[in-house]
Design a protein around this ligand. Structure first.
Ligand code: NAP
Length: 508
């Protein structure tokens, strides 16, 4: 195996030689270890002299690649010319050349070679045989890249790296395969591809060198790094990776947190969880779960291993892996940190305990997932709640489960409650001028808007002007991330760091 830490390889995809030279400098400046020059993406193939200018005094190690159309690249000229350019690139100073595994051995350039195999249709059924063929070749480095259908395919890529004796790159391309990039360093891969910017990548799912270094704590990842992630669909917009990675950094923990795109449906969810549990070497410790998988998480973990309200709410948003003995499967625990986050934000603002909610009157606007979690907690602590929902029947169904009443939104002008909680998206970005209420009723002393983008919604402004105490969705959002951190690590959470990440992201 290779003794150097996994290299960050910046793929350069410029159309002009001048821009590609500038890209080499930018890649070095951003902290890449190696740059891949995609010669097939240049507007014309460079001659020998131009290759010397490009590669001769490059500020970092380089890979010369000239990918043919048949392997997903753009070069469609004669094969002998392509291979001659690669040989020239090696002579001109490229550290490695990338040669596709379908090139007959006798025709491969005499150079330090990365022998590559690509499959854009999906994870090949014969992945192990492909890896074995690459291993058997005299090439210095193996490379396998395939399109991932789900994050379990990314785990297959990590399996390949672990099984190979030669330095190996294994990329599960596309957003679902993202974890194969971040965790490549944990399994000691030869390298992982990243881009100069998200827009300039050479394959789907590539992040920028800066993002992988800063957001995903690249330099801190090692063989014993504990893994966490957020499951959802979509998941690309989630702030959780930024919050939890910053929190791990601030707490000095050897841990990393990644987004995990899983298509809707119990089958896709189960497939990934089964794949995680089958690999104790991953040191997987926790999952955040968001739409549409919270019910799947409850079912998978089993209500008996979930906190009492999670089962009543019907949703688990936090899964904790409790490690078993060496090499054994972890056991799972499910929690719902949403309701506690909301109720605690409310009680902190009111300077009361949860039990002091007993007998207080609450108007709960909305009957979706957030309303359900909050209503279950209000019910448990004895508050008297009326649900106001656009679809009255849905509101009634929810209210019945928790001994509440339900009416339509047209009743809002007759609202009389001490506490108002908005669990609808009315007022959410970009409709920031909207509010679910024309005015704040005189009975209200506290207004809680679960929306966190923007942090100051129109409803919150109205409530402040009416002299009410206010609770923002930001408080709830940070509280639930803090609760997850504590659940997973049994340590106090760096709350200020986590809150600041959200504020930075929201521009507030
Ligand atoms: P959800 O399950 O889709 O439920 C949405 C609810 O809002 C439903 O009751 C829906 O009524 C109602 N609604 C949607 N659009 C409406 C409109 N134009 N006019 C009136 N009512 C409308 O969503 P959710 O997950 O509960 O999320 C709801 C809100 O909570 C979001 O704004 C989200 O930002 C916030 N939230 C915040 C946090 C946090 O940590 N701060 C966490 C979760 C959610 P129908 O039944 O008639 O469709």
């Amino acid at each position: 195996m290779d003794s150097r830490p996994t290299r960050l390889i910046c793929a350069l995809t410029s159309a002009s030689l001048e821009d590609m030279r500038a890209g080499l400098a930018a890649a070095a400046r951003d902290g890449a270890d190696v740059a891949e020059c995609r010669l097939d993406l240049l507007d014309r193939l460079p001659d020998r002299e131009e290759l010397e200018i490009l590669l001769g005094d490059a500020p970092l190690e380089t890979i010369a690649t000239c990918r043919p159309v048949r392997q997903g690249g753009r070069y469609d000229g004669p094969e002998d010319r392509r291979l001659a350019v690669l040989a020239d690139a090696a002579d001109a100073g490229a550290t490695w050349v990338d040669v596709e595994s379908d090139v007959p051995p006798a025709q491969r350039p005499q150079a330090r070679t990365i022998l590559s195999h690509h499959d854009f249709a999906g994870c090949p059924a014969d992945l192990d045989r492909i890896a074995a063929d690459l291993e058997a070749s005299p090439a210095e480095v193996n490379k396998i890249a395939f399109t991932a259908a789900g994050p379990e395919d990314a785990l297959r890529a990590l399996d390949v790296v672990r099984a190979c004796r030669k330095p190996t790159i294994a990329s599960a391309m596309g957003e679902p395969g993202f974890l194969s990039r971040v965790l490549a360093r944990k399994v000691g891969a030869f390298g992982v591809f990243a881009a100069l910017s998200r827009q300039s990548g050479s394959a789907a799912g590539q992040v920028s060198v800066q993002e992988i270094r800063q957001l995903y704590r690249w330099d801190a990842i090692g063989p014993r790094t504990q893994c966490f992630g957020v499951i959802g669909c979509p998941v690309g917009h989630s702030m959780s990776p930024a919050i939890h990675n910053a929190a791990f950094g601030a707490a000095g923990l050897d841990a990393v947190y990644v987004p995990l795109l899983i298509q809707p449906g119990a089958e896709a969810f189960d497939r990934f969880l089964d794949a995680l549990l089958a690999r104790p070497w991953l040191d997987w410790r926790g999952l955040s779960v968001t739409i549409p998988h919270k019910e799947n998480a409850l079912r998978y973990v089993g209500p008996a291993r979930c906190d009492g309200l999670a089962a009543a709410i019907g949703a688990v948003n936090t899964v904790t892996f409790e490690p078993a003995g060496c090499g054994e499967r972890s056991s799972l625990r499910g929690d719902n940190t949403d309701y506690a986050a909301a109720i605690d934000a409310l009680c902190q603002t009111m300077s009361i305990t949860r039990d002091d909610l007993a007998g207080r009157t609450v108007a709960l606007l909305g009957a979706g997932g957030a309303a359900r979690a909050i209503l279950a907690a209000l019910h448990r602590h004895g508050a008297r709640t009326v649900v106001y929902n656009r679809t009255v029947e849905r509101g009634r169904r929810l209210a019945r489960e928790f001994g509440a009443q339900a009416v339509g939104l047209d009743e809002l002008d007759r609202l009389q409650a001490q506490i108002i909680i908005n669990c609808t998206p009315i007022g959410m970005h970009p409709n920031c001028d909207a509010s679910p209420l024309e005015s704040i009723p005189r009975t209200a002393g506290v207004v809680f808007d679960t929306i966190y983008n923007p942090i100051r919604t129109r409803l919150i402004t109205q409530a402040e002007q009416a002299g009410c105490l206010t609770v923002s969705g930001l408080d709830m959002f940070v509280n639930q991330a803090v609760a997850q951190f504590v659940r997973w690590t049994a340590r106090p959470a760096p709350r200020d760091t986590m809150r600041q990440v959200v504020l930075d992201r929201l521009g507030g």
